[in-house]
Ligand binder design. Sequence first.
Ligand code: HEC
Length: 101
Amino acid sequence: MKKSLLLLLCISSSCLAAEPLAERQIEIRALVQNTCGGCHGVGLDGGMGPSLKPEALASKADDLLITTITNGRKGTAMPSWKATFNADEIAWLVSTLKSGK
Ligand code: HEC
């Protein structure tokens, strides 16, 4: 009984949405344009790395994208970003890229 009540509270409040603070969101967006953009293209529409636009990411699973950003991809130029972003930030970044917002 108690457990399900807690779960309900958790779903209805912000438990699931561990978004970075507004200031950090601005920092992350700038970093993505400047740093990721170096490989993924100005505007992230593809360069040496693939496009990160919503159309390009729509069919890709969140988990795959999160794992790629977290650990990089061995044998490719895609580096790991876990020293730069924490897990919540990477999850937020993936949903932001996918939504194009
Ligand atoms: C040094 C170049 C480089 C930088 C910098 C870089 N990437 Fe990548 N990234 C790549 C390459 C190359 C691939 C494709 C890897 C492959 O062949 O599977 C890739 C793949 C990805 C993918 C998987 C896309 C897909 O369609 O499966 C995501 C997501 C991604 N990068 C996000 C980022 C983000 C976010 C940043 C910045 C924080 C970043 N990358 C910075 C080179 C880079």
